[in-house]
Design a protein around this ligand. Structure first.
Ligand SMILES: Cc1cc2nc3c(=O)[nH]c(=O)nc-3n(C[C@H](O)[C@H](O)[C@H](O)COP(=O)(O)OP(=O)(O)OC[C@H]3O[C@@H](n4cnc5c(N)ncnc54)[C@H](O)[C@@H]3O)c2cc1C
Length: 546
């Protein structure tokens, strides 16, 4: 692919080009140039802006196609009859300008500020990245360990079955997504997304990450990328403080923070970007006691479901020769609400992955999914979740947290109190009976046959049962004996929100506290948390500290 030039030019986005999955990718670029009538000499640059697999069945047959939007750069003066026709038919449009990630101005109140960022998840890391690029001094504090040590701590948890509450699958460098599928697609349409993805490419991620509609990194690669990202941040002046839990804010006056009180001492700062993730329950409570406002918000609860990957491949890609050119198949399924039953959907599908114990506190069980870059396991897993709100858990800022904890405790105890997870075949869940025989799964800490149908509140049982019936129509076998439900999945999204000013992004009643990411209720996933961190850092730079 050629790069866009410096001389005056125009970039045209050619939409919806299709080709077979066996065709070489560069053919998209040639097609796009032809589509606008540009001769090779008139093409100054071309690149795929978006590429997705279309695996829909037509007439009962899988016709696998890639569909792409392609950007073609030409001299500014370029015009052709084909281009005019394409523009008129809306098959072509001027390519949207890329976001630079640069603040339009720097408010004098932050020019010399020291900003403390709490949390090294995607929200905190990308907030630090934006701030450091503007010359702001940043101290990034995380209660967990850097990735090298964090891996050993996780192995120790699996061996001893005693979680380390400070550094675990959820806490430590990279945050909750460090042991994940590393899916990086979002439903947020933000031009800044590409800029952030390019930074990950600069840290060693595959360049297709920027345009692949199903982009994922995988845990193995993420573990090589994160230390490089850390090194680049350090080179830009970010100081990391690991294994330091923020316990309280030190206030200069009501609503104004002057330092963080941490387990390793006080960290002075002029502003705080607070990105502690969806499981920092102790920290939320501590800040709430100091007058920081929290509200409950609806969140998702359900179970993981696991199948042999080939069952999913067969349904989604078919058995034709082209299917072998594609990796393991994924799915995203929705069951709408109907007749007193709330809707449910699949979430965070991990092809070729495994189920993990997504645990930070002793005595509570929660599952999630991860995979490596090659999606190499023989298992496919995903969450099936429904949304619960105050109707289920009642009033109060932390009522949702109490509801989560109650269910997590119930599943922990039903698993025998050592992180074995209760499991039930989908067919048995629907028939409301315990599963017999060996339950095989990727879940490394082991399963026990359990009445998942009874452990869940009735509203969730009804929603998941209806969803299983619906999903069976798309993926035959989904709800049969080969589908295994493993519980509980309770942290697909955060249960609290910290209200903040929409423009300045300051926490309510605070001049210099900036809530960010999933733990503050503004994100649900790696990229949305990263974007929230970056956008909040830009708001801090442009609008300053109050
Ligand atoms: C197993 C798993 C798989 C996932 N897979 C995907 C996926 O494929 N794609 C996707 O988009 N999303 C995935 N997610 C969700 C995604 O990881 C989160 O949405 C995202 O990480 C949220 O980012 P964040 O920056 O808001 O918080 P987090 O990533 O949770 O980071 C918060 C950080 O704050 C630190 N912290 C907390 N309290 C304190 C304190 N008091 N003092 C100091 N530090 C503190 C924690 O140690 C942690 O490192 C997955 C999550 C899990 C658990």
């Amino acid at each position: 692919m050629k790069d866009a030039p410096d001389k005056p030019h125009a970039t045209w986005r050619v939409l919806g080009l299709e080709q077979g999955v066996a065709e070489p990718e560069p053919r998209f670029l040639e097609r796009a140039a032809r589509e606008i009538g540009a001769e090779p000499a008139q093409v100054l640059g071309a690149r795929i802006a978006r590429k997705a697999l279309d695996a829909r069945r037509r007439g009962g047959v899988h016709r696998l196609r890639f569909v792409a939007h392609v950007d073609v750069t030409t001299p500014a003066s370029f015009r052709s009859a084909r281009l005019s026709r394409g523009l008129e038919a809306r098959r072509v449009q001027p390519a949207p300008a890329a976001a630079t990630g640069r603040a339009s101005r720097i408010d004098p109140s932050v020019a010399r500020a020291r900003v403390a960022v709490v949390g090294s998840g995607p929200g905190g890391l990308f907030a630090a990245w934006i701030l450091a690029r503007h010359g702001i001094r940043v101290t990034l504090v995380d209660r967990g360990s850097p990735i090298e040590r964090r891996g050993r701590e996780l192995v120790a948890f699996h061996r001893t079955r005693t979680p380390n509450p400070e550094s675990n699958l959820l806490f430590g460098e990279g945050g909750a997504g460090t042991y994940s599928d590393g899916k990086l697609y979002t439903r947020v349409d933000d031009p800044l997304e590409e800029t952030l993805l390019e930074e990950l490419v600069a840290c060693g991620a595959d360049p297709s990450l920027v345009y692949d509609a199903r982009a994922h990194i995988g845990t193995d690669r993420l573990h090589r990328i994160l230390p490089r990202f850390r090194a680049r941040l350090e080179a830009a002046g970010v100081q990391f403080v690991w294994n330091a839990r923020v316990e309280r804010l030190v206030l200069a006056s009501p609503g104004r923070v002057r330092a963080l009180e941490t387990t390793v001492g006080e960290i002075a700062c002029d502003a705080v970007v607070f990105a502690p993730g969806h499981s920092a329950r102790d920290t939320w409570t501590a800040l709430h006691e100091q007058g920081v406002v929290f509200e409950s918000k609806p969140f998702q609860v359900g179970v993981r479901i696991e199948h042999p990957q080939e069952l999913v491949d067969r349904a989604q890609h078919g058995l034709g020769p082209e299917a072998t050119l594609l990796g393991p198949a994924s799915y995203a399924l929705v069951a709408r609400a109907a007749e007193g039953v709330v809707g449910a959907h699949s979430f965070c599908m991990c092809p070729g992955g495994r189920i993990v114990a997504s645990v930070n506190e002793p005595g509570f069980l929660c599952t999630n999914g991860m995979s490596n870059s090659t999606h190499s396991s023989r298992w496919a897993n995903a969450a099936i979740v429904a949304t619960v709100g105050t109707r289920e858990f009642g009033p109060g800022p932390f009522a949702g947290v109490a509801f989560q904890r109650g269910l997590e405790r119930r599943f922990f105890e039903a698993g025998g109190g050592d992180y074995h997870a209760p499991a039930q075949r989908a067919a048995d869940f629907l028939a409301r009976r315990v599963s017999g025989g060996e339950l095989r799964s990727s879940y490394v800490l082991g399963l026990v046959p359990g009445r998942v149908d009874e452990l869940l509140p009735p509203i969730l049982f009804d929603a998941i049962a209806a969803a299983l019936a619906r999903f069976e129509r798309t993926i035959p076998g989904f709800s049969g004996p080969e589908g295994l439900l493993v519980g509980l999945e309770s942290r697909s999204s955060g249960p609290v929100r910290m209200p903040r000013d929409e423009v300045n992004r300051r926490a309510r009643d605070f001049a210099n506290l900036f809530p960010v990411g999933e733990g503050a209720g503004y994100a649900g996933g790696i990229m949305s948390a990263a974007l929230d961190g970056a956008r909040t850092a830009l708001a801090l730079l442009e609008n300053g500290i109050g």
